[in-house]
Ligand binder design. Structure first.
Ligand SMILES: [Mg+2]
Ligand SMILES: [Zn+2]
Length: 195
């Protein structure tokens, strides 16, 4: 049987608006075009996989249980609009901050590719034919390191990344293949390449 293609989606700033540490369900605002974008991925038969760094856990701002609750909540609002997520993966760690085992240089915090590799195993995904959509260079680097195509969205931190002259400049490791206004434009670009 052939392997699946996935569209990996960053969460904060890509599916829902960036609000700093998301520690309260009341703060969740879905970016309006996300519903349509996810429906399009579902319709073409690609896997829709959310991968998100949640260092707020390591920092003691919220629990892993809260992250799971948040993902059930997201799954609910999205599926009410017929937009379905095949898997949620999160990294609760931080390399230098936090308590107990949460403080570690793990293999899952983006730009590392651990979450992508785990999902590829669980869902039989061909990473080299897959895509990642996110609002930070971390997302691009994670995707690029496994041979996926990378799309930077201008929602969340995306717009400011593109404006700033800061240290966060694109390099050969994290350069996006395409820059999109938002998740919907990103998915439309993906689908153009498939047809
Ligand atoms: Mg983000
Ligand atoms: Zn981790």
């Amino acid at each position: 049987m052939g392997k699946n293609i996935a569209v990996f989606l960053d969460r904060d700033g890509t599916i829902n608006e960036e609000v700093g540490y998301l520690d309260d369900l009341a703060k969740i605002k879905i970016i309006p075009t996300a519903f349509e974008a996810i429906r399009l991925i579902n319709a073409i038969g690609m896997k829709t996989v959310v991968i998100t760094n949640q260092a707020g856990v390591a920092r003691g701002l919220f629990s892993e249980e809260f992250v799971n609750t948040t993902h059930e909540f997201l799954r609910d609002i999205l599926s009410k609009e017929n937009a379905f997520i095949d898997g949620f993966y999160y990294c609760p760690h931080h390399p230098t901050e936090g308590i107990g085992h949460y403080r570690q240089a793990c293999d899952c915090r983006k730009p590392a590719a651990g979450m992508l590799l785990r999902a590829a195993d669980d869902l039989n995904i061909d990473l080299s034919r897959s895509f990642i959509v996110g609002d930070r260079y971390n997302d691009m680097e994670a995707g690029r390191s496994v041979g996926a195509k990378c799309i930077l969205v201008k929602t969340g931190f995306g717009q400011s990344l593109l404006q700033d002259d800061g240290p966060d400049r694109p390099t050969d490791k994290n350069r996006p293949d395409f820059i999109a206004a938002d998740i919907l434009e990103a998915v439309q670009w993906i689908l153009k390449g498939v047809k």
